[in-house]
Design a protein around this ligand. Structure first.
Ligand code: PMP
Length: 406
């Protein structure tokens, strides 16, 4: 495989050179958003400098160039996720919109008596849209419970499934804890009763390369900004027949076939779900970000990140009074923790003064915090451009905060 040189990689990310509060930035909030390599920044600058134009509309050269690049990006995304067809990739504004697009369509496909299943480990964006769909349709929402280790209870899940189950939605990796969920089993079990499955890959995709055909997943969603791409763009993969059966999300330009005041017919995939002018530059940059990550290689990335995670976990535990939530090996490079007797927010504020960016709070997953009976956690989320030296700075900063606050 590739030889991995983290110092060379870091040179690709201009932001990693900056300082915060007079200290070199140690960016450990990658779960919230990842940083952007120069190769992706260059693509963004090139777009606005050289071929900014609206797509799918003009016969003029710039419009053709922009359209070609946008559709090329769709093919890069298709190849990355191994979708059968490029038109099964819908470009959206991000994971949240991708989920809302599907949930909104299911408002009219679900009916009273139907059941949908969500996991206890979800981000609010994979809970609230389904609650809204249930409210309108009369379907019932059920929850897969988890254990104290942050692991989904698959026995309980199997007991929840029955012939009324229409949909199951679950994240591939939990943003609050980093645990990798057994989505293969979740999908297989759901399919036994004909239920469809949506997997939220927002946190998985920066670390894992999913194969949607091998998974046989029905819908898979992700955001570019967590995978070295820009904000405001993401994707929805859906099986062709399911996307065809799903009503359109937004009406407008681009998504129609014929419009009269009596009746409108819709465009085919993917345009049916892409009303209005999309984030053209963002879509093209999303493709560039995927190319950048694949050039490093997801196996190389995982091996390196796992080493970092193990090192950081050991160092953190050595500080004492540390409670790590989901202290399992089966996770991506996330450590969600608390220090006994101290508020996560206070720790976050002090470590920021020392240049270290971590996330504190409920991580848009209040049910998980309620489960553990805590207000929130401190979350350090790593990416392949982080280093052992940065972990040392982080550990020192936490130690300092602990001393100051105890
Ligand atoms: N699901 C998960 C698991 C996430 O981590 C996030 C982002 N924190 C989202 C959904 C929402 O993604 P976005 O804000 O990019 O729409």
């Amino acid at each position: 495989n590739n030889t991995f040189n983290v110092e060379a990689i870091r040179k690709d990310f201009p932001i990693l050179n900056r300082s915060v509060n007079g200290k070199p930035l140690v960016y450990l909030d990658n779960g919230a958003t990842s940083q952007t390599p120069q190769a992706v920044i260059d693509v963004i600058v090139d777009y606005y400098s050289n071929y900014n134009a609206n797509i799918h509309r003009g016969v003029h050269t710039l419009s053709q160039e922009a359209t070609d690049k946008y559709e090329e990006a769709r093919k890069i995304i298709q190849a990355h996720f191994n979708a059968k067809h490029a038109y099964e990739i819908i470009l959206t504004s991000g994971t949240t919109q991708s989920i809302n697009l599907v949930a909104s369509g299911y408002k009219s496909l679900l009916k009273k008596g139907d059941e949908v299943i969500v996991s206890a480990l979800e981000h609010h964006s994979n809970i609230v849209p389904w609650q809204m769909a249930c409210e309108v349709s009369g379907a019932t929402l059920k929850v897969i419970p988890m254990t104290q280790d942050g692991i989904l209870d698959i026995t309980a899940y199997k007991a929840l499934i029955n012939e009324n189950t229409k949909l199951v939605f679950c994240n591939h990796v939990s943003n609050a804890l980093g645990v990798i969920n057994p989505i293969e089993t979740i999908i297989k079990e759901a399919h036994k009763v004909g239920a469809k499955v949506l997997i939220d890959g927002a946190q998985a995709c920066p670390h894992i390369k999913p194969d949607v055909q091998e998974l046989d997943v029905d819908f898979y969603v992700a955001s570019a900004h967590k995978m070295c791409g820009p904000t405001g763009v993401g994707m929805l993969y859906g099986k062709e027949e399911l996307l065809n059966a799903l009503p359109p999300y937004q009406g407008g330009g681009e998504m129609i076939d014929q419009v009269t005041f009596e009746k409108t017919t819709y465009a085919g995939l993917p345009h049916k779900f892409e009303a209005g002018t999309p984030n053209i530059c963002g879509g093209i940059a999303f493709g560039a970000a995927i190319n950048y990550m694949n050039a490093i290689g997801f196996t190389t990335i995982a091996t390196y990140e796992n080493e970092l995670l193990e090192y950081a976990t050991e160092q953190l535990k050595a500080l004492g009074d540390v409670k790590i939530y989901a202290d399992t090996k089966d996770k991506t490079a996330v450590i969600s923790f608390n220090i006994e007797g101290l508020h996560p927010y206070d720790i976050g504020t002090i470590v920021d003064k020392l240049g270290v960016a971590v996330r504190t709070g409920h991580h848009c997953a209040q049910p998980i915090m309620d489960f553990f009976k805590i207000p929130g956690t401190i979350r350090a989320s790593l990416m392949f451009y982080n280093t052992k030296e940065e972990i040392d700075i982080f550990i020192k900063a936490v130690k300092r905060a602990k001393m100051m606050l105890s």
